[in-house]
Design a protein around this ligand. Structure first.
Ligand code: 1CP
Length: 364
C-alpha cells in the first residue's frame, strides 16, 4: 500500500512536485504579481475593463491577464488574477482603487459594533466572480501548468479593513490590538472563517495549490505575530482540504519579514514557505529541515539592474539554497521554487524578467 495518490494529467507538474519535495528535473519558477502593471498588455486590458475591480469581475478579461505572462515566459505555474481585498469587499466594506493611492475602503471597521456585524461571505454568491475566473483559467490552461489560488492572511486583511487602505505603521489596528484585543480577535476570527471558506471554494473550482499572503505579519512583535497572525493562518491550514482530483493541494505560507518564525510556520502543517530576500535561503533550509519546501527569494530591485547582475543574482539565490541542503536529501528532491522575495514592481521592464527566467531555466 502506498499513500501516494494518482496524479491527474498535467503536462508540467514540476511546481507541484517541488512543493512536496519530490524529484524535479530543474528548479520550478513563477513570480509574485506576474500579471500586472509592468506588462504593457496588462495596462491595455485594464484600461479596456475600466477599473481594477471591473477587471477582476470580468471572467474573460481576468482569464486573459492571467495568461499574459505565460505567453512571454516559461513559468511553471499560473496565479489567479484577483486581489486579497475581494473578501472585505464582499463583507460590505466598499472597495475602490484610487489612482496613485491604491485600495480604499469606504466603510472601514473601527469599533466593536461594526466588527460584530460582519458576516462570512458565501464564496459561490458574493465571490462567485472569483470562482468563475478560477474555472475559466483552468479550462484555458488545459492541463499545461498548475493554477495557484490565493488569499490574504487575516492579519494582513485586518490592516486594510481597520486602516481603510494602505498604511505605514498600522496605528489604528495596533491601538486596537493593545487596548481591546478581544475585539481584534473577533475580527480575525470572522476573517479566518471567510478565508477558509474562500480557499476551499477556490480548490473546489480548480485551484491546484494555494498561497496565503501575510504581507504585513513582519510588522508584529514576536509574541503578537504568534497570537494575531500565525495562530489564524494555522487554523486556516488545518481546515483546508488537502486533496483534489486525486492529487495533493499544497499550501504555501508567505509572511513578508517572517525570517524569525520559519520553524513555527513550518509546524503549521503548510507544505511550503515563501521567503523574502532578507533571509538567507540556505539558513532557512537548515532551520526547517525536511519539513517544508521553500519558495523565493530574489530582491525584486535586482530587476532594475543590467543583464549580468540579474544572471549573477539568480545564480546566488539558487546556490544559497543549495548550501543549506542536507546531505541526506537526494539530488533533485530539494524542494526549492524560484520566486522573487515580494511582488514585482510596476516600473520594472518585461525584458529584465525574461533574463531572470532564462537564467533560472538554464542554471536551476
Ligand atoms: O492598478 C492596478 O492595475 C492594480 C494593481 C494591482 C494588481 C495587478 C492590485 C491592487 N492588485 C493586483 C493583483 C494582485 N494582488 C494579485 C494577482 C496575481 C499575481 O499576478 O500575482 C495578487 C496575488 C495580489 C495580492 C495582494 N493585493 C497583496 C498580497 C501580495 C503582496 O504584494 O504583498 C496585497 C497586499 C494586495 C493589496 C493591493 N492590491 C492592489 C495594490 C496596489 C495593493 C497594495 C496596497 C498597499 O501598498 O498596501
Amino acid at each position: 500500500m502506498t499513500t501516494e495518490t494518482t496524479p491527474s494529467p498535467l503536462k508540467n507538474d514540476r511546481f507541484l512536485r517541488a512543493l512536496l519535495r519530490e524529484e524535479v528535473d530543474r528548479t520550478p519558477m513563477w513570480m509574485m504579481r506576474q500579471a500586472g502593471r509592468y506588462l504593457p498588455e496588462y495596462r491595455k486590458t485594464r484600461e479596456q475593463a475600466g477599473s481594477f475591480m471591473d477587471l477582476c469581475r470580468n471572467t474573460e478579461l481576468a482569464c486573459e491577464v492571467t495568461m499574459q505572462p505565460l505567453r512571454r515566459y516559461p513559468v511553471d505555474a499560473a496565479i489567479l488574477f484577483s486581489d486579497i481585498l475581494t473578501i472585505p469587499d464582499a463583507m460590505g466594506l466598499g472597495l475602490r482603487f484610487v489612482a496613485g493611492e491604491g485600495p480604499v475602503f469606504d466603510n472601514p471597521v473601527r469599533d466593536k459594533a461594526a466588527i460584530e456585524k460582519l458576516g462570512v461571505p458565501d464564496p459561490e454568491d458574493e465571490l462567485k466572480y472569483v470562482m468563475d475566473a478560477v474555472r475559466a483559467i483552468r479550462k484555458e490552461l488545459d492541463g499545461s501548468i498548475p493554477l495557484i489560488g490565493f488569499a490574504g492572511s487575516p492579519w494582513t486583511l485586518a490592516t486594510y479593513m481597520v486602516e481603510g487602505g494602505p498604511s505605514k505603521d498600522f496605528a489604528r489596528l495596533k491601538a486596537m490590538m493593545y487596548s481591546d484585543p478581544a475585539t481584534l480577535h473577533t475580527l480575525l476570527s470572522t476573517v479566518a472563517k471567510s478565508v477558509t471558506s474562500y480557499l476551499r471554494a477556490q480548490i473546489a473550482a480548480g485551484a491546484q495549490a494555494v498561497q496565503i499572503f501575510d504581507s504585513w505579519g513582519g510588522a508584529l512583535s514576536d509574541e503578537n505575530y504568534r497570537e494575531f497572525s500565525l495562530n489564524y493562518m494555522q487554523q486556516i491550514v488545518s481546515e483546508l482540504p488537502r486533496e483534489a482530483d486525486g492529487r495533493r493541494v499544497p499550501v504555501i505560507l508567505f509572511t513578508k519579514g517572517g525570517g524569525q518564525w520559519l520553524e513555527d510556520m513550518a509546524d503549521t502543517g503548510a507544505d511550503a514557505l515563501g521567503i523574502d530576500w532578507t533571509t538567507n535561503l540556505g539558513n532557512a533550509r537548515r532551520l526547517v529541515g525536511d519539513k517544508v519546501a521553500l519558495q523565493g527569494n530574489m530582491d525584486p530591485c535586482v530587476l532594475y539592474a543590467g543583464e549580468a547582475a540579474i544572471r549573477s543574482e539568480v545564480r546566488k539565490v539558487i546556490d544559497s539554497f543549495a548550501s543549506g541542503v542536507h546531505l541526506s536529501i537526494e539530488p533533485g528532491k530539494t524542494g526549492h521554487i524560484f520566486n522573487l522575495g515580494h511582488g514585482i514592481h510596476p516600473g520594472i521592464k518585461p525584458e529584465a524578467v525574461e533574463v531572470m527566467f532564462d537564467e533560472v531555466a538554464k542554471y536551476g
